[in-house]
Structures are given as C-alpha cells and as structure tokens.
Ligand binder design. Sequence first.
Ligand code: SF4
Length: 462
Amino acid sequence: MNEAIRVSLISLGCARNLVDSEVLLGHAIEEGLQVVKDPEDADVVVVNTCGFIETAKQESIDTILSVARLKQEGNLKGVIAVGCLAQRYGDELRKSVPELDAVFGLSDYSGVPGVVRKIVNGTSRRFSATVDGGKPKGPRSDNKRFLLTPKSFAYLRISEGCDHKCTFCAIPSMRGRNRSKPMDVLVEEARGLAAAGIKELVVVAEDSTAYGLDFARKRLIADLLEKLGEVDGIRWIRLMYAYPHTVDAALTTFLREHQKAVRYLDIPIQHISGPMLRAMKRGVSSEQVRGILDRLRTEVPGIAVRSTLIAGFPGETEADFAAARALVTDYRFERLGVFTYSHEEGTPAFAMPDQVPAEVAAARCAELMALQKGVMGTFQRTFVGKTVPVLIDGYDIDAKAVVGRTHADAPEVDCRVLLAKDAGAPGDLIDVAITGADDYDLRGDPAAATAVRTSKGKRKPE
Ligand code: SF4
C-alpha cells in the first residue's frame, strides 16, 4: 500500500495568510496527503510567504533558502512557494531560487496537492506547476481548513483585498480590491469552527469595517457580528483591522452590549499628524481619527484599543513626530505596535521626496515603543487584585506555565496571562484572580477566583 505523501507548511506573515495556509492544508488532507509538522519529516515543504514589507520579504526568502538546503541534503523531494511574495515577485523567485519546484500566486491553492504528487512522483518539470500568478481569488468558503491555531481560537477571514490607496502599502497590488464573503458562508464557517471546539472568533480582513460595501453598498460589519453572535459554542468575538474612517454606532453598540463581544478593537491608524495622514492618503483627517478614538472610550467603557503607528514616513518632520508622541502619551493605547517606514518599491511613497534617514526612523520608533512600554505597564498593573475571565490557549514550555489571554489580548500579537500547570486546557474560559503584572505579562490564580465567583455568580467578558 503506497505510503501517504507527507507535506509540511511554514506559514509566514499575518493572520490572513495563516487562514490561507489552513485552507491549503485542508485541500491537502482532502486529497489524501499527510500533514506533518516538521519539515525534516516531509516529502514536500510549502512556504506560505509574506510580501508586505522589507523585513517580512527577507524572512520569506531566508525561509525558502533554509528549506531548499534540506532538499540539497537529500530527504526533501520538493519545495513550493505560495503567498504574497510569490504573487508579487513570482518571476524573480523562479529565476533566483532554482531549488523551487513550483510557485503559486494568491489562488485557492486547490491545485497544490496535485503538484505535490507530481513532484514526488517525478512527473513534474520545474515550474510547469506555476499557475494562477495573475488574478487574486474571489471570496470563497474557508470551511475545509486544517486549523493551525490552538483549540481556543480561530481566525475568521471575512473578506479579501482592499479599496484603500495608502501610499506605503503594497497589499492592494497583491490581494486586489475589497471582496466580502457572503454572510451565510461566514456563519456556516463559524458553525464549523464552533463544532471543532473553537471558543473565540478573531475576525480579520484587510479592512474589516468595509465589510459589505462591495455587495450591499453599505457597511454590514455590525450585522455580521450580530449573526456570528448567534452561533452556539462561540464565547468570544474579537474584531481586528478596523479602518479609522467609519466606526458607526451599530459597531460600538455591538462591542458594548453583545454578550459575546470582547471589549477590544484593533484599529491601525498609522499616524495622527494631518500632513502625514494626507501624504499617506489615509482619507481621514487628524480630527476624524482622534474623534473615533475618543468615541471608542466613551461609547464602549473599558474597551482595550490596539493600534499601529509608522515612524519615519517620507516627509515626517519633528512636528509630525511630536504629534504621534503626544498621542501615545495622551491617548494611552492599551496595545500598540510601532513600525519603521518600509521603503517599498511599487508603492507611491517609494518615489516621494524627503525620505527620512533609516537611523532617524529607527530612533523615533524606539522612542514611541519605550513610551508605550510605560503606558502598557501601568495598564497591566490595573489588573492586579481583580478577577477577570481568561481564555486558555495552551502550555508554554519556556515559561513553564499555562498561558491564557484577557479581553485586552488578541492572540499572537498582545500579552498573556501565566498560570499554574494545572490551570486548565486550551479553550477553557475561566475566571482568574490576577496576582501580579510586569510590563507585558500577567500572573494569576484560578483557585482564588473560584472562591470569589461562588460568592458573586455569572460574569460577562468585560
Ligand atoms: S487599509 Fe491601507 S494599509 Fe491596510 S491593507 Fe489597505 S491599503 Fe494597505
């Protein structure tokens, strides 16, 4: 009996790319391939690349080259590159990495298993398997996914592509225009995830607040979230990648009032100074952005706001940077990521005058991150002495602790709660008495919480 062909996948980049990886592996299993975790144990390795910014591109190329070495050393029969870097630089990749057996642009990847078979059976000529480099795929169901996240959460990708024209961003050139998935398809996906034991839906897109604009000519994100809230088994719904243009009352009402809404919003603003927002073509003014941020505080009490800032965008003056610094000090984001501007060819910002020297951009980024560390440390310490719901993700060998997250922590990008070894299993949503905090992680004790809870009754994810 022929042994199953073993495929391993390395998923790089963002949560949206991770969903693509899970779909690809879902196809592989459906076609009778065996998914193995370790590339050393595989016949073929697929690298799902990221092509967003310089550092991510370099990581993708380094990963492909390190896998290619496995092939030269003998065991591995094939290496396939898929994803954004493959979409953006397919031809260059083919030419510069002869070890690659196939390059797939952004497609539904349903063709990958067939190419894997061809490679293993020696019936594929190099690159004959290159398909679909051109058109980004339409919205489709991601139902048959091989989940790569722990049992506690899964990403729900609600649309593909983006209609914005941010001058620093190459994503629209890779993933195309905004295409929302039909609501019933998404509810079906959510039911499938709940049936698989998933407790938290982490809703992702390039711009989640644009959901519905393409097929209904109006924003339907709040309607979609309400529908997802009807899915049994799902306990938490977390919204990522909101665009600071329109956060309407329907959305803040959902975040404030729905039993399953996590009081959290990821809303990347990239900058706050007027001249920078104009140069970035963000389509919003500084006042508009600040207005939305303030409304989140007043309309959703206790909300944790996550955002990102770019330091060193072309033309950024000391005054522009001072505005960003003042915002970090004054608004006090619960969670914040700061990136240095990435000089991306093919983006309008690439040719802009007044490029900021890399060392200045790096210094500005470091200064904002240092400020944010203080802000976050203060916020983390407000948890000490409180009992809060914590969703358990799993066990961290290095930390020798069970790790979980509060409402203020999105998976993989925010902070954690460290708990005793027997605190619980992935997917358990438990009350935890927070006993300690450092600038990033919290420590807690479920046992102490139990004593509290029995005296106080049921609790909502505040
Ligand atoms: S909103 Fe702007 S930064 Fe985000 S994916 Fe779209 S174009 Fe890129």
